[in-house]
Structures are given as C-alpha cells and as structure tokens.
Design a protein around this ligand. Structure first.
Ligand code: ATP
Ligand code: MG
Length: 651
C-alpha cells in the first residue's frame, strides 16, 4: 500500500499553535493533558475508572471497570448505579440553580433563558407525566420534535425514569419515521403540532399521523407539543397535548437509579452509506464521554457560552446539546432555525447577541456560509469567540482557513473533531489548549482512545501519506453497545474485519509526517486509479481550492484501462459551467495532485444529493456516474429532486 501512495502538493504544512493567551486562560493546561495521556497509556482501565469517579456522580460505585469476557459486547462500570438526568441537573442545583442552562432562540428570533432550576422542574414534571402515561423503565419513546428545549426536556425525562429514547430528526419523512418506530418497537411518540424553520411551516403532526397510519402497532400514546399553533387532528384515546399531560404534575421526581449499562438511547445513523443502523448507547459510559470531551476538547468552563448548531436529532445534538453541556453545568445556546434565515448572517448575529464563546458546526454549513461572502460575518464583532469546532465530514483546507481567518480572526483554535454516532463522543481531534492544528487534519486521538490505521491483512500502516483502515484497538466507555435488535450485524459491521477487540470505523485515513490523522472518506469511497489509491477527499479539496468552485463531490466509475476513473460533480459559486471551465478544472487538479488524479469527467450541477444532516451521499453519485438506475434506499435524502436533475444531465 505504501508504494501506491500519491505525493500530494496539497499536503498541508501550515501549523497553528494554540495562541499563548488562550493557553494561559484555559482551564485545562498542556501539562494536564500530558498527565492524562501518560495515565491512559500506563493503565487504560484504571484511567477510565478514575475519570468516571471524577466526572460523574454515582448512586452506587462500580466494582468492575471493564468486562470484556463477551467481546465485542463490552460492559463498563458494571454494578455501578447512576442516573443520567441527575448528573445533568440535580447535582448543579446547590451551586447553580439560577444559572442559565439554555438560551433558546426560536426561528422568529424570540429568546428564552432557562435556568438549571427551571430545567430541572420541567424535566421532573414531564418525567412524572410519562409515568402517568404508562411509560416505564426500558420502554422506548420516539421523539420527533423540532430543535426546541422541550426536545431536551423529553430526552432527560426519559433518562430520569429509565425509559429509552430514540430521537428522529424533524426533517424525516413519514416512512422514515415509521421504520424507526417499528424497529425500536416504541410505545410512545412525542411530537409537536408543527414548527417554523427558516420561516417555513414543518407539519410534524401531519407527518406523524401519516407514519402512524400503517404499522407502528407498538405505539400506545402520542404526546403533542403545541408549537406552531397549526390545526391538527387529535385522535381520541391516543393523542394528548403536552400541556395537558404535565398539568398538575409535581416539579419533583425521584430519579430511577439504573445500572451503568442500562440503555440510555437508540439513535439511527445518518444513512450516508446505506440502511440506517439503530445505535444503542449505555448510560454511564456514554455520559462520561460527553463530559470529558466537552472539558478537554472545547475547554468548556463555567464562564463559557457554548453553542452547538446541530439538531438534537443527530448524535452531535445528543452529546453536545442535551447531555454534555448540561452534565458540565454550562450555559448553552439552542437554535430552532437555519443559518441563512432571515439572512445569511444569522449565526454571526447570534454569536454577538448571546456572546457565544465556543461555536461548533459542520463543514456543510461553513461551505454554504462561505459561499455567501465575507460581508455577512463582517457585520458582526465575533470577539466573544474563543474556540471553533467542526464535525460531520472532512473539512477542506480552504473552508478551514476561512473559518480560522474570517470567523475566528486567527485568534481561535479550530477543533476538527472526528467521531461517529457509534463512538458516542469525540475520538480523534485536537484539544483546544494543547494541540497545534493543521487545516484538514483531525490530528490525534484523545487520551484513552487507541486509534490506528491498518491494512487489509491487519498490519499497521505507519508510512506518512499511506492510507488504510481506521480502527480503534481498545474498547472505550462511550462506544456503542450493539445495534438495536441485531447483535449479529453489530459484530459483523464493527468487529468483522479483524478481531473482537478491533473496532472498524468504516472510514479510511492516513497519517502525515507529524503522525497526525487525516480522514480520507468512507472505506468504499477510496478510488483506485491505475493502482494508485486516492481519497475522494483529496481530489475534492483540490477542486474546492479553485476560485470558481463552491462544493465538489468525487466518485469513480469503472474504466477499462485505469481500473477506475474519476468523475467530479461540481457546484459553482456563480453562473453555469462550460467546456472551458471543465477543462480548466481537470488541469487544475492535475497540477495540484498529479496527473493520476485528473478527473475523467466534470459534471456541473445545482446541488449534490445530501443526507438530512447535510452529508454528501457519494454512493448515489457513484450510481449516477456509472449511468445505472438508482435502486438504493434514498429515504434519508434531503433533496431527492436533485437526483433527477443529475441523472437527466448524465448522457
Ligand atoms: P451511516 O453510518 O448510516 O452511513 P453516517 O456515517 O453518515 O451514516 P454519522 O454517525 O452521523 O452517520 O457520521 C459519522 C461519519 O461522519 C464518520 O464515519 C465520518 O465518515 C464522518 N465524519 C464525522 N466527523 C468527521 C470529521 N471531523 N472529519 C472527517 N469525517 C468525519
Ligand atoms: Mg457511519
């Protein structure tokens, strides 16, 4: 594999040290980080046991740290008893009852501040209501709500009584919602009449009714939050308003003390690569990851205003809205709307209004906002910011530099965080106060996380620039426990390639000369041109670095001579593409990366097929590039109409 590596002139050499002032002000100092690394290296289990006792409040201490007797079905902190909502709420009440937990900004700009005492009371009332509705420990509730505080309340209320939530993103269609309800055999659905996003009404209840009109036999009750005020049908004996169920419920609810391993939630993956998987997480281990990563990676402290722009329907919203910031007793911003409404400066305006210090978003949002031009961020001071984060996809160096210069004013460390629904929290990422960063690089694994790159035969890939399979070689507390209802698929998908202790992430990666990790894309996305393995990411980054290009997606199709040939789908910043530009772009890539990477074909489009979390679905583009009929599951596609356009263009 090492022989096949391609020398990329794009290989980044720029290194940005954490700013001196930042390090001085940081809660976690470089020496603390060094100490964490050496403790983890010396004793993996002992390290995690210490962290679990330091960061979590236990109702009953655990006696075994890691039980790996039935690998890959690992158990952490067995016979410890805990309650996640207690850790997110009650333990802050003595010192922080009046501290703002959530600054909520609605789509229409309305702002609400919710204190820890208030959040606690709301969660308790709703938890009592859930019990009154017959939801018990171990039962599943599907939450299909907008990104509003009630979503967090519902999740924490489930955790309080030991019920298992499965949040379904509010943008999903009726069939997607139905599939998830059926797969989880949920007893309750928690939804809303509807809400406004970007000024448009999202008719959640209507979609939910459609989902429930077929299958969904496990559903006994539907709790409906009044949010849009839209007229909705309430079915007798099944549907009940949120305000009615909480009416008269006491603002106190004794937490259900559950085993450390008790399932906290099921969350279905984005579906970028196929049928979504019901990822099951455990209570204590998951929460530990949420806390340690907030503390270490973001340097989250008591004076911060944290803002993760994700929706609670994604793992990012679970870990960095509902669980992480609250378990740390922090203040956070929660936002119902979209970045471009009413204008493309919404995010930047909100950063100033709420004096956000830590800002966490996705490359798809950064690229979209970059395309709108610098005048929007330049309208705002943005001087409260101190850390910038990104997650979800590889970030092109071009977008990374824009984020650093235009948003962070070269003052804020950027943490490019690699992780997955399955990993629960950050895995490979810079630590804001510690790690020198490089554009497009996720740098190094966190303390207690053993990341590596292997070749097909299981040998370590150590050469700089050589690609391979990204793996985690030791279990970690916040890993998934299984795929809901399908332990065989869990074993096969994540531990089928090597052995029962080697977690296969499904991504490919390479290391640079500093030993830093760079994510190349999904294993299946690696393109093989005349025996050279190329990450789609590399070619895409080269394309996005061209001044005319806003976004690019690269796939391959079979080629008689080369094995595979590269097809690039291009979204321009302005105007339409022509032959000349296509030829310029092909030559540009060739200059940047070498002739081997020169796209065989360039196709201009108005958009790319994306999942509802904003990720490019390359598997669909592959089908289009090959001229085949699309037969894959497109239920998680955000913009299905774009497929028709792309196919029509293909000749
Ligand atoms: P599915 O597993 O159903 O195909 P998905 O993998 O898109 O969906 P998620 O768990 O939301 O679902 O996404 C995790 C994936 O996102 C990672 O495996 C990786 O490919 C990508 N990813 C996340 N963060 C980063 C990052 N910082 N850099 C590069 N890639 C990232
Ligand atoms: Mg995945």
């Amino acid at each position: 594999m090492a022989d096949n590596k391609i020398e990329s002139v794009l290989k980044e050499h720029r290194v940005f040290e954490p700013p001196r002032q930042f390090v001085e002000d940081a809660a976690i100092k470089p020496a603390d980080v060094e100490a964490l690394y050496s403790a983890a290296e010396a004793d993996h289990e002992g390290f995690w046991a210490d962290q679990a006792r330091k960061h979590l409040d236990w109702h009953q201490d655990f006696s075994t740290t890691l039980d790996d007797t039935n690998a890959p079905f690992f158990k952490w902190f067995t016979d410890g008893k805990i309650n996640v909502s207690y850790n997110c709420l009650d333990r802050h009440l003595s010192a922080k009852a009046d501290k703002t937990a959530i600054i909520f900004e609605a789509d229409d700009g309305n702002v609400e501040h919710i204190s820890y005492a208030d959040l606690h009371a709301r969660v308790c009332r709703f938890a009592n209501a859930l019990k009154a509705q017959g939801l018990a420990k171990g039962d599943r509730a599907v939450i299909y709500l907008p990104n509003v505080p009630e979503a967090t309340v519902a999740m924490l209320a489930c955790a309080r009584i030991g019920a298992i939530h499965s949040v379904v993103f509010g943008g999903f269609s009726a069939p997607s919602l139905r599939d998830r309800i059926d797969d989880a055999e949920a007893k309750m659905l928690i939804t809303a009449d509807g809400n406004y996003r970007g000024g448009k009404l999202i008719p959640l209840k209507e979609v939910a009714d459609k989902a429930l009109s077929e299958g969904c036999e496990s559903i006994e009750s539907v709790v409906v939050l009044k949010r849009s005020g839209a007229d909705v049908e309430m079915r007798d004996g099944r549907d009940i308003w949120w305000h009615d169920v909480v009416d008269g419920q006491p603002a106190d609810c004794e937490p259900e003390w559950v085993d450390a391993e008790h399932p906290l939630f099921i969350l279905y993956t984005s579906g970028s690569t196929g049928k979504p998987k019901g990822i099951q997480h455990a209570s204590a281990g998951y929460l530990l990851g949420a806390v340690t990563t907030c503390r270490w990676v973001f340097d989250l402290g008591d004076d911060d205003v944290f803002w993760c722009t994700a929706d609670v329907g994604w793992i990012t919203g679970h870990t960095y809205i509902t669980y992480g910031p609250t378990a740390c007793g922090a203040t956070q911003v929660m936002f119902e709307g979209v970045p471009t409404y009413p204008e493309p400066d919404r995010f930047w305006k909100m950063v100033d209004t709420h004096q956000v210090t830590i800002f966490y978003t996705a490359p798809t949002a950064i690229r979209a906002l970059m395309k709108h031009g610098d005048e929007y961020p330049q309208r705002h001071a943005l001087d409260s910011l101190r850390v910038l984060g990104t997650v979800g996809e590889p970030i092109n160096p071009e977008a990374w530099m824009w984020y650093r210069q235009v948003i962070g004013k070269e003052r804020c460390p950027i943490v490019d965080t690699w992780w997955q629904t399955e990993t629960g929290a950050h895995m490979i990422t810079p630590i804001a106060s510690y790690t020198p960063t490089t554009p497009g690089s996720v740098t190094h694994a966190l303390p207690g996380i053993e990341a590596d790159i292997l070749d097909e035969s299981g040998e370590r890939v150590t050469d700089a620039g050589a690609g391979g399979v990204l793996v985690i070689k030791k279990p970690w507390p916040y890993m998934l426990r299984t795929i809901w209802g399908d332990p065989d698929r869990y074993k096969e998908t994540y531990f089928g390639m090597y052995d029962a202790h080697t977690y296969v992430a499904g991504d490919s990666a390479q290391r640079d000369e500093k030993g830093y990790f760079r994510i190349l894309g999904r294993i299946d996305d690696v393109v093989n041109v005349s025996g050279h393995r190329l990450g789609t990411m590399e070619v895409e980054s080269a394309l996005v670095a061209h001044e005319a290009v806003a976004e690019a997606a690269v796939v391959s199709r079979p080629h008689d001579v080369k094995g595979e040939a590269i097809v690039a789908f291009i979204i321009l910043k302005d105007g339409e593409g022509d032959e000349q530009l296509a030829s310029d772009l092909r030559n540009w890539v060739s200059e940047q990366l070498g002739a081997i990477a020169k796209p065989e074909e360039i196709r201009f489009a108005d958009g790319l097929p994306k999942t509802r979390s904003g990720k490019i679905m390359r598997r669909l583009l592959r089908t289009v590039a090959r001229g085949d009929e699309v037969t894959q599951d497109v239920s998680t596609l955000e913009n299905p109409q774009i497929l028709d356009q792309l196919q029509a263009k293909g000749t």
